[in-house]
Design a protein around this ligand. Structure first.
Ligand SMILES: Nc1ncnc2c1ncn2[C@@H]1O[C@H](COP(=O)(O)OP(=O)(O)OP(=O)(O)O)[C@@H](O)[C@H]1O
Ligand SMILES: [Mg+2]
Length: 370
């Protein structure tokens, strides 16, 4: 099991190396409780103490104050976060000096009183927050650590096979405090937890190794269900009346059917998946094929009965299908090819009549606006 805890996300994958290569045995799981949430929690504590949501009044008063906040939260506090994270012997308190403009804006006494409410000491003489490590752990680190552990446990809950090694990687995963907590929390599942020396670089090194030799990954499992929305012949036993639609040819069709290429959890074959479609009207000279994915099971239609998308659109293929010779639409098929074998999905559509094709690349995480 590889537990990659970065700044933004926790990403957990499970691999089988028993036959030489690497097979991915479980769809990746994770959440967004990465190391940045520590900085955010600290920022929230400050916001609460000065009673200023998003430091709005401070930022409004001077354009450069935004940079002051960023420096405080992501540079000065970052240093303290690492000192704490590394379990540096002999230190049991965080002393963090607050920026002058910050103190001037809110007033030392206001900061002191606000911090007192949070049971944190602020020393106006030194302009510094003094927080015992026990407090820092309880107030700032604990919520994040709890969410990370919850996620790792959930992955163990999905497994039937024994895990012999857990690799803890990513910058935040390499933080000694974090790795210690994780070790304790999963000791009953796995006793062998390995932390490389440079945990953040381990991820990059793995990516480079894979690029140099993609064959080191023997097989993958789909992290979501992928497919397209299609019009199919209506079948009473398979389809819901709600989606029924009578075509100009008098035929009954079912609209918005989720035509699945791969199902979540399925082992992805080392081949290109193919399907063919025909235009839904004779007059159509362009087709637009949306590529969807979902992590939900059993999705049958791409929209619900209120007309809302039930799946996530991750890409689109728009293909011209001219028809100057008035060929019947059932002979004007469009082939769709999807290749899931890489880290991105390669999709392609081709029109039989002209041989013209269009391509696109998409992945589950890409936020594309259509
Ligand atoms: N010694 C440490 N103690 C505490 N946190 C640390 C330590 N070293 C690094 N971090 C944290 O690790 C995070 C960065 O990790 P990493 O470089 O793996 O992230 P990333 O790959 O950029 O993010 P993501 O994988 O989420 O996209 C930052 O939040 C940083 O504060
Ligand atoms: Mg990362």
């Amino acid at each position: 099991m590889v537990v990659d805890i970065g700044g933004g996300t926790v990403d957990i994958t499970v691999h089988d190396k028993s036959n030489g290569g690497i097979s991915v045995v479980l769809p990746p799981m994770g959440n967004t409780w990465g190391g940045r949430t520590i900085n955010e929690a600290f920022s929230m504590l400050l916001q609460k103490a000065v009673d200023d949501k998003g430091f709005e009044s401070f930022i409004k008063s001077n354009a450069s104050n935004k940079a002051e906040i960023n420096r405080l939260v992501y540079e000065d506090f970052e240093e303290q976060k690492k000192l704490f994270g590394n379990v540096t012997p002999g230190i049991d308190e965080m002393v963090l000096e607050l920026p002058r403009p910050f103190i001037r804006n809110y007033g030392g006494n206001v900061i002191r009183d606000g911090m007192e409410q949070e049971k944190v000491h602020y020393d106006p003489g030194e302009s510094a927050l003094e927080m015992k490590y026990a407090q820092l752990e309880e107030k700032i680190f604990k919520p994040t650590i709890d969410k990370i552990i919850e996620c790792v446990r959930a992955v163990f809950g999905e497994l039937t096979d024994h895990i012999d090694t857990v690799y803890l990687v990513g910058g935040f995963g390499g933080c000694r405090f974090v790795s210690q907590k994780i070790k304790e929390a999963i000791a009953q599942h796995c006793g062998n937890i390995v932390c490389p020396i440079q945990t953040d670089l381990a991820v990059v090194r793995g990516a480079v190794m894979w690029r140099k030799d993609p064959n080191i990954i023997q097989s993958r499992v789909a992290d979501a269900t992928y497919g397209i929305g299609v019009l199919s012949f209506f079948s009473l036993s398979m389809h819901d009346e709600h989606y029924k639609y009578v075509g100009e040819d008098g035929q009954q069709y079912c609209d918005n059917v989720f035509k699945v290429f791969v199902l979540k959890g399925e082992v992805i074959k080392d081949e290109v998946y193919k399907t063919t479609l025909i235009p839904s009207h004779d007059s159509y000279t362009q087709v637009c094929i949306s590529i969807y994915c979902t992590t939900d099971d059993g999705v049958q239609y791409v929209i619900d009965k209120e007309g809302k998308l039930t799946v996530r659109k991750i890409g689109e293929l728009v293909l011209d299908i001219p028809n100057p010779d008035n060929i019947l639409r059932k002979e004007r098929d469009v082939s769709i090819f999807m290749d899931f074998s890489g880290t991105e999905i390669q999709a392609r559509a081709q029109y039989r009549i002209t041989g013209e094709e269009v391509k696109t690349v998409c992945d589950f995480l890409s936020k594309q606006d259509y």
